[in-house]
Design a protein around this ligand. Structure first.
Ligand SMILES: [Zn+2]
Ligand SMILES: [Zn+2]
Length: 350
């Protein structure tokens, strides 16, 4: 065991504050990582404040981790001391169910172990990346092939990147396709970049006309203000795939009506109350589908990181010190960030 300085919430009301946690000793299959950067995901805030009613305290959030390998176990061949490595949303899974067998650990039928707030239904808590150091089984550690000056902006790929990449791959987005991304936040801005790099014609849907310029800069070919019925109507029955990243409950029907026959609207934003009822006739008459998608498996996460390195894709970030996290949460709630906060973990040394 080794003591590590972290930032934790002690209960749903307390701000995050310094807290010492214990990391396990490095086992034969473990990789120990000194954390350089950790992205700030909306799930961090939900968990710290017990908004999903499943938080184990103390809670140390953070699942967009990039760091430097400081030790490896005797069975570890893929990593050596000094390597740059990543850790995303999962640190373990059962490894014997059908989903694990297909490298889809995120759908583990026995429940994957989250990087923080670990075994949700009982068992030991896990502590995430708002800390100096982490020890993770090598099967859940990712290789980072981006250049050294990009590492902070790589961190959000570990959650926001894979959350958008996985469905875009699953529905085989590519050249010749018209793809919609709904919402331009942490997830949406990654969706635009990745879908554009896959060669699709990307249309960004937003309720804020002032996001137009930024969406075009990020790689969108067109921007549609979704509140404008006329603009929406111009795109009726024309989309091969729409990825909806919006977490607030909203009417899905205007987007369903934009899908071609057999096309899919995939949801990755998790609203805290249901979306209004969907138009079943709109589904039936065009054999349209509504789907969901959760992060991605470890193999696919590595594929995403390599794809992003190859296409020079990182997140647009604002770097903060660990001490600024509570203020950053407040700004996140107002969508006052372009487009992801990343904590510089060097700030935690003091
Ligand atoms: Zn996340
Ligand atoms: Zn499993």
């Amino acid at each position: 065991m080794s003591s590590t300085l972290a930032y934790a919430a002690q209960n749903a009301q307390s701000p995050l504050a310094p807290h010492v946690i214990e990391r396990r000793a490095v086992g034969p299959n473990d990789v120990a990582i000194d954390i350089l950067y950790c992205g700030v995901c909306h799930s961090d805030l939900h968990t710290a404040r017990n908004e999903w009613k499943n938080t184990l305290y103390p809670s140390v959030p953070g699942h967009e981790i990039v760091g430097r390998v400081s030790a490896v176990g005797s069975n570890v061949k893929q990593f050596k001391v000094g390597d740059i490595a990543g850790v995303g949303c999962m640190v373990d899974s059962c490894q014997h169910c059908a989903s694990c067998g297909e490298s889809l650990e995120q759908y583990c039928e026995n429940g994957f172990t989250g990087t923080y707030n670990g075994p949700v239904f009982g068992g030991e808590n896990t502590f995430g990346g708002y800390s100096q150091h982490i020890v993770v089984d090598q099967r859940f550690v990712l290789q980072i092939r981006h250049s050294a000056d990009q590492l902070a902006a790589v961190a959000p790929l570990l959650c926001a990147g894979i959350t958008t990449y996985s469905p875009l791959r699953q529905w085989k987005v590519g050249p010749g396709q018209k793809v919609g991304i709904v919402g331009l936040g942490g997830l949406g801005h990654m969706g635009v970049k990745i879908a554009a790099a896959m060669g699709a014609h990307v249309v960004l849907f937003t309720t804020s006309p002032n996001k137009r310029e930024d969406a075009l800069r990020l790689g969108a070919s067109e921007v549609v203000v979704s509140k404008n019925a006329e603009e929406m109507a111009a795109h009726a029955i024309s989309f091969d795939f729409i990825l909806n990243t919006v977490a607030a409950p909203h009417d899905l029907n205007p987007f369903l009506n934009l899908l071609k026959r057999d096309a899919t609207l995939c949801l990755v934003g998790a609203p805290d109350s249901p979306h209004p009822a969907t138009d079943v006739f709109g589904l039936i008459f065009k054999r349209r589908r509504i789907a969901g998608s959760l992060i991605g498996g470890i193999a696919e996460t590595q594929e995403m990181l390599d794809f992003c390195a190859q296409h020079n894709i990182v997140s647009d970030i604002e770097m903060i010190a660990m001490q600024d996290i509570n203020q950053a949460y407040e700004r996140m709630l107002k969508s006052d960030v372009k487009y992801r906060f990343v904590i510089d973990m060097a700030s935690l040394q003091a």
